[in-house]
Structure formats: structure tokens, C-alpha cells
Design a protein around this ligand. Structure first.
Ligand code: MET
Length: 529
């Protein structure tokens, strides 16, 4: 697959390292959910996955937020980074590394990196005067601003700043960057974001300031303690320092040899320039390999409107997960938003989708099949699933769909992957309705045998659904698997190859049928039991 990712036997992926100026918001939760689904899929492919997330804790914005709370920056960062960790736990996020940019090993890596770039002649000192957006932590070009020099992302005026700073010679890398994108257009995904990046480069790359004289809360510039390193020059290196074990010597080379280059940086589209222009140039300067792909997803709106504190319409991820459980939240956003594009949340659509897909199509299908099996076959499978389905058309459809889902996952088409797995559920419902085993059981004889086979067939499809949906809904998938009579250890050991038809065998005893996913009653709780 040309635009697929991975290819060798390891897969290192990252979310942004989130700023700790405010508690986690839905945008960060969305990126992290998507990254988790990708990480889980890659693990199913038996890749050695390193899934990195963390927090970005330096800079003016954080220092100001801490002061506003009356806490020290350190205390403030501890509290907010803990809030991220606890949300990730609630959302079933299976990260392998959580890097905080205040971690001493990270600071050591940043200083070493800075010194390498300096030694390469790419850092110089100069005066700078420009318009600064504190929220972006970035100097802006006047032509990119709205009226009154307002930042187009944060809609707040930028402030004039004059500083004597250290600069990174980004302009030196113009041609090399053009070359990278020409040789490897898949570096920026989705493809429609590539044009934007190429446009920036074509317009000419300006050197950027990588230190701040006015900010104390940061990593000191080597050999100049009066300045701190610019927060972005610092934070991007977290993707590298995260690879270090705590016990290891905090050196750049050790980190690099522990898994670099990353296979995928997953980010929101607002921080594309840092990841697709600044970061590769920084790495080239330090003689370090480039990540394989930067994927910039879109923004979320709520009821068609941009979310914001000032608008009073934020969507709190902690509330959502408490009300509806992790599987529903994960499923909704991954299915609703075509990955890469902007997407919208509305509670009504959320409830409708979760009820239709998870409670009805999947939950009810499993429940009624197990109910019939209990009533007629003592909850025991009569025959092997591959024998039961010999020449069966539904089986052939399942095989096709599961392969289609794999390709969608591989291409990061997460919504299409969800949809395709759900199609298996829809086909299963049609199959069982068409076969009407409840009638066949009553007829006895060979009709009874056919009915018993049909149940095995549907349950085998359910087993496959459970695996194929597990990157999206890990909790629900485990419940399905357990109902099919497997242990949690068995579930944790599955790989994508287990989606091959034929797993369920004669004699396997199903667990007691209990609803795996209760409908959300309008505006109330979704209890996933
Ligand atoms: N802190 C940045 C953000 O939250 C991301 C930094 S990624 C190295 O947008």
C-alpha cells in the first residue's frame, strides 16, 4: 500500500505533547483516541509498538497559568499532567511512554541537541522585533494576521516584542525540505495538507528565534543562562527523549537508538508548520533521521459551532466519558469524523449512533444469538465454525469485509474501518433474520441441525467483529470475547491473523448471556456493564 504506514516490524507513533496551561480538552482527547486506535491496530499486526504521549510544560503561557492559580510552575505542571494521565486511563489509552518536558532526561537531550545544531553552524544571535502570539508561542507575519493584528487561531491581538535572541537558520534548509517532500509526498498526510506545507516552503523560509530572554520558565540555553530555549525547540524533542528508559544515560544517541525515527506524528492541523517544516529542518541540522509521516487531523465543532471557553460551549472529555463510558466516546468520534477532516459533535447524533451501532447492531445480535443457543443447545457450539460455514455466502461476505477493514485501518481511514466492521454486524442480523433459526429449532431433525450451525456462524462473525473493532472499542470487544467463552488472557493475546474464519470450535461453551452494551436512554447514562 503506497500511502499506508509501517512496513517494518516496529511502529513508533506520537500524539502532540500537550500544553499544561489548561486541563485537557476534547481536541486533545480526540487526537489521543485516534492515536490509540492506530497503536492498537499496529499491535494486532504484531508490530513492536511504542506509543508516545506526554505534556509540554515550559514557556510563558504555562508560567502565566501557574501564577494565575497561585501555584509554582512545578506544582501546576504536576497537577495538570496528572489530569492528562487520569483522562487517558478513563479513555482506555494504551500509551507506552508519557514524557514530560520537565523531565531531567528530556532537558539533557534538548541541551545536547542544541549544542549539536550550534556546532553545525545553524545558530546565531540577532535582534528581533515582531508580533508575538503567546497562545501559539510563535512570532507571526503581519500578513497572516486579522484586523488589529489578531491571531487567526486564537482571535486575540498579538503583541509587539523586541528581543535579542538566538536564531535557527531555517532558511538554509529550504531546498532540502523541498527535496524531502518531492521524494516523499506521503510525508505529510492527508494529501490535501501537503499543498499547504509546500506553499509555506515556496514562499520562503525565515530563520526563527529559538530562545527567549523574557521567559525564565524553560531550559537554559547552553552557555547563556540569561536565555531559555524556545518552547517549541524544546518540546518537539520530547518525541526523541521519550524513547529513553529512566535508567539509561540521557544521551541523544541512546534515545535515537531506542526506536527513532517515529513512524507517525499525529497532530491537529494547527501545529502542522512546526511538525512538517521546523522539526524536519532541526533534525537535518543535527544529523538525525526524519519521521516517516506527519498526519494533521481536523478540528471538532459542537452543534456546528467552534468550541471555546468564551463561547461557553466546550465539550468536556471527562464529562463525556463519565456519562457514556470510553467505548461510546471513542467509537463516536472515530466513526463520525472522516479522519483528517473537521467533524462535529451533537449529543443527539451521539446517542443515536451509539444506540444504533453498538447497542443494536452489535449488542442485540450477540444477545439474541446467545439466547437462542442457550435455549436450544445448552450454550454449547455443535460444530466447528469452519465446518458450519462450508460454502456459506455470509461467511464469504465476512471475509471480504474484514479484509476491507484491515486496509482502511492501514490507511488510517478510521471511520471507514468502523463502518466496515459494522457492516459485518448488519450482515449478521440479516443472516439470522433470513434463516430464522427460532423456527428451524422447532421443526427438529435436520432443520434443528441447520439452526445450530447458523448460530455457530453468527457467533464466529461476532468473534471476528470483536477483534476487528478492538482498536476502536477495546472494552466492548473484551466483553464480546468473554461472552464467547474466552478468558481475558486469550483476548489480550489475539492478533489480526485471528480474524481468519474458523476460530470457534465444537464444544466451546458460551458464557451466560448478559447485555454487553445498554442503550443510552435519551440524555441519560450509557452503562457498559
Ligand atoms: N504543546 C503543543 C500543543 O499542545 C504541542 C507540542 S508537540 C511537540 O499544541
Amino acid at each position: 500500500l503506497t500511502n499506508g504506514v509501517g512496513g517494518d516490524d516496529s511502529f513508533v507513533l506520537t500524539t502532540p505533547l500537550y500544553y499544561v496551561n489548561a486541563p485537557p480538552h476534547m481536541g486533545s482527547a480526540y487526537t489521543t483516541i485516534a492515536a490509540d486506535a492506530i497503536a492498537r491496530f499496529q499491535r494486532l499486526l504484531e508490530k513492536k509498538v511504542i506509543f508516545i504521549t506526554g505534556t509540554d510544560e515550559h514557556g510563558e503561557k504555562i508560567a502565566t497559568a501557574a501564577a494565575a492559580n497561585g501555584s509554582s510552575p512545578n506544582e501546576h505542571c504536576d497537577v495538570v499532567s496528572q489530569a492528562y494521565k487520569s483522562l487517558w486511563k478513563d479513555l482506555d489509552i494504551s500509551y507506552d511512554k508519557f514524557i514530560r518536558t520537565t523531565d531531567p532526561k528530556h532537558e539533557a537531550v534538548v541541551k545536547e541537541f542544541y549544542s549539536r545544531v550550534l556546532a553545525n553552524g545553524d545558530i546565531y544571535r540577532a535582534d528581533y522585533e515582531g508580533l508575538y502570539c503567546v497562545n501559539c508561542e510563535e512570532y507571526k507575519d503581519e500578513k497572516d494576521l486579522l484586523d488589529d493584528n489578531c491571531c487567526p487561531t486564537h482571535l486575540q491581538p498579538c503583541v509587539k516584542r523586541k528581543e535579542d535572541n538566538y536564531f535557527f537558520a531555517l532558511s538554509k534548509y529550504q531546498q532540502q525540505l523541498e527535496e524531502v517532500l518531492k521524494q516523499n509526498p506521503g510525508f505529510v498526510q492527508p494529501s490535501y495538507r501537503l499543498n499547504e506545507v509546500q506553499g509555506w516552503i515556496k514562499n520562503g523560509l525565515k530563520d526563527f528565534s529559538i530562545s527567549r530572554a523574557s521567559v525564565d520558565w524553560g531550559i537554559a540555553v547552553p552557555n547563556d543562562s540569561k536565555q531559555t530555549i524556545y518552547v517549541w525547540f524544546d518540546a518537539l524533542l520530547g518525541y526523541v527523549s521519550a524513547l529513553l528508559e529512566d535508567s539509561e544515560l540521557a544521551s541523544l544517541d541512546t534515545a535515537i537508538s531506542s526506536g527513532w525515527p517515529a513512524s507517525l506524528h499525529l497532530i491537529g492541523k494547527d501545529i502542522l508548520r512546526f511538525h512538517a517544516v521546523y522539526w524536519p529542518a532541526m533534525l537535518m541540522s543535527a544529523g538525525i533521521g526524519l519521521p516517516k509521516m506527519v498526519f494533521g487531523h481536523g478540528f471538532l465543532t459542537k452543534d456546528g459551532m467552534k468550541m471555546g471557553k468564551s463561547l461557553g460551549n466546550t465539550l468536556e472529555p471527562t464529562d463525556l466519558v463519565q456519562r457514556f463510558g470510553p467505548d461510546a466516546v471513542r467509537y463516536f468520534f472515530l466513526r463520525e469524523v472522516e479522519f483528517g477532516n473537521d467533524g462535529d459533535y451533537s449529543e443527539e447524533r451521539f446517542i443515536r449512533m451509539i444506540n444504533a451501532n453498538l447497542a443494536n447492531t452489535i449488542g442485540n445480535l450477540l444477545n439474541r444469538t446467545l439466547g437462542l443457543l442457550k435455549k436450544n443447545c445448552q450454550s454449547t457450539l455443535a460444530v466447528d465454525s469452519d465446518v458450519a460455514a462450508d460454502g456459506n455466502k455470509f461467511k464469504a461476505a465476512v471475509e471480504k469485509l474484514v479484509e476491507k477493514a484491515r486496509v482502511h485501518y492501514q490507511n488510517l481511514e478510521l471511520s471507514a474501518a468502523c463502518e466496515t466492521v459494522l457492516e459485518i454486524g448488519n450482515a449478521g442480523n440479516l443472516y439470522i433474520d433470513g434463516q430464522a433459526p427460532w423456527t428451524l429449532f422447532k421443526q427438529g431433525g435436520t432443520a434443528f441441525e441447520t439452526a445450530a450451525k447458523d448460530l455457530v456462524i453468527v457467533l464466529e462473525a461476532m468473534r471476528i467483529i470483536s477483534i476487528a473493532l478492538s482498536p476502536i472499542t477495546p472494552g466492548l470487544s473484551l466483553k464480546i470475547y468473554s461472552q464467547l467463552g474466552y478468558t481475558e488472557e486469550q483476548f489480550n493475546a489475539v492478533s489480526w491473523s485471528d480474524t481468519k474464519w474458523g476460530g470457534l470450535k465444537a464444544g466451546q461453551v458460551m458464557a451466560q448471556a448478559t447485555p454487553i452494551f445498554a442503550r443510552i436512554e435519551d440524555g441519560t447514562e450509557a452503562e457498559t456493564k
